[in-house]
Ligand binder design. Structure first.
Ligand code: TYD
Length: 395
């Protein structure tokens, strides 16, 4: 049974960066989050059509962050060494940040965003410009056979039709093959009060337990789990056919599942308690920003993220409190943030000498960002975050 436990107000498409003339056509939906007591899956109550989010205008380039480049290079190297795949498949290849660690004849990918699919195809990597589903898996299987390694990072949490997506994995994974998926962890969301991980592109935020519950019925099971420090805390989950005995089931699987159950991942009350903390986070953030603003301080946001879109629209924070958002992504610059229409500019333009406070819209890159801005820190600049509670970091 599904129960809604969190209502994050009306929210726009969180990656929909706008020109002024597009304000009038912007659409909003109530962003509600529910818990399924059968599978323990946490999902949005309603979704919007994927074509509205994942298209040729998708503006998030994984390669822009050195943290992400390093993380993808390391995992590619490690997976190649351990599993020695003849042919690999990546689902959701973005701008090729993972795939580029393979030769062009060793990997193919699936990517519905036209800008990225065209780009990686132009580099010589066969990229299917499609959404991942069962019929596509059959099409690819007919052309290329089955795959020894399938990798998908920050993609399955976007997929609304999960059963079909896992059936497609079952269809195309070789008998000894390994499917590795990594996505933000709901346990981390609960621990860090990162309610901003909920936005329209994230149809679900997974626990390991919920994935296990869902994939067992498709003849798949988890055999290993790594906790990783990406997107504020994610799980890298290794999956195989139940019938495959080549990979033994690592102790990490029961350890993670036991930990999750102990934290109340399967109990509605856990989520109701979280909802109270989210409401407090909103109150505290608005109060802090209003107090600083009343003292005449200039506050900007660092990182035009989907996460900050959730925060600003939920907390009703607009240009009265945040002067602008700075972001290094060229496709986001000189646009306006979804819903609250805060101007987005390059860091050089937005981070002027009179800025005293930076709200970390990309709090998951806190260390990388703070390292990049020693001058701001030297002149007394302060960083604000709401993770895990609202506070000034370097006070
Ligand atoms: P991301 O963390 O993927 O957020 P979301 O998934 O919530 O959209 O996006 C990080 C954003 O922050 C991206 O637009 C790039 C930007 N960014 C900078 O502008 N400078 C930086 O140093 C870093 C690390 C990120």
């Amino acid at each position: 049974m599904k129960t809604t436990f969190l209502k994050l107000n009306k929210q726009p498409e969180s990656n929909g960066y706008l020109d002024k003339h597009q304000f009038k056509d912007e659409f909003f939906f109530n962003l509600d989050v529910c818990f399924d007591s059968d599978t323990y899956l946490v999902s949005l109550t309603k979704s919007i059509p994927p074509e509205l989010m994942f298209n040729e205008n998708y503006a998030y380039y994984s390669s822009l962050s050195s943290t992400m480049r390093k993380s993808f290079a390391n995992i590619a190297k490690s997976l190649k060494n351990i599993y020695k795949p003849k042919l690999s498949l990546e689902i959701g290849s973005n701008d090729g940040v993972f795939m580029k660690n393979f030769n062009t004849n060793e990997i193919v990918s699936v990517e519905p965003c036209g800008n990225f699919a065209d780009f990686t195809n132009s580099l010589g990597y066969k990229t299917y410009k499609n959404f991942w589903d069962y019929s596509l898996s059959t099409h690819i299987k007919n052309k290329q056979g089955t795959f020894d390694l399938i990798y998908s990072a920050n993609c399955f949490s976007h997929i609304q039709t999960l059963d079909d997506a896992f059936r497609a994995i079952k269809n195309i994974l070789s008998a000894d093959g390994v499917f590795v998926m990594e996505d933000p962890s709901i346990q981390q969301v609960l621990d860090k009060n990162t309610y901003d991980l909920f936005y329209y592109a994230h149809a679900h935020v997974f626990s390991i337990t919920s994935i296990q519950n869902i994939i067992l019925k498709h003849g798949l099971e988890i055999f290993n789990v790594d906790s990783i420090n990406v997107h504020g805390g994610s799980n890298r989950i290794y999956i195989k056919h139940i019938t495959n005995n080549t990979h033994t089931i690592d102790a990490s699987v029961s350890k993670h599942i036991d930990d999750e159950l102990l934290c109340g991942i399967g109990v509605l009350q856990t989520y109701l308690d979280f909802e109270k903390r989210v409401r407090k986070s909103k109150k505290d953030l608005v109060l802090l920003l209003e107090t600083l603003k009343a003292k005449g301080e200039n506050i900007i946001c660092y990182g035009a993220t989907a996460k900050s879109s959730t925060v600003f629209n939920y907390c009703d924070i607009s240009t009265d409190l945040i002067d602008c958002i700075v972001d290094m992504t060229p496709d986001k610059q000189n646009k306006y943030s979804p819903g609250m229409h805060i101007p987005i500019v390059s860091i050089d333009i937005g981070l002027t000498d009179d800025v005293k406070y930076i709200f970390l819209g990309a709090w998951n890159f806190k260390d990388e960002i703070m390292k990049k801005e020693p001058e701001f820190i030297k002149r007394g600049g302060k960083f604000i975050t709401h993770v895990p509670i609202v506070h000034i970091i370097n006070e």
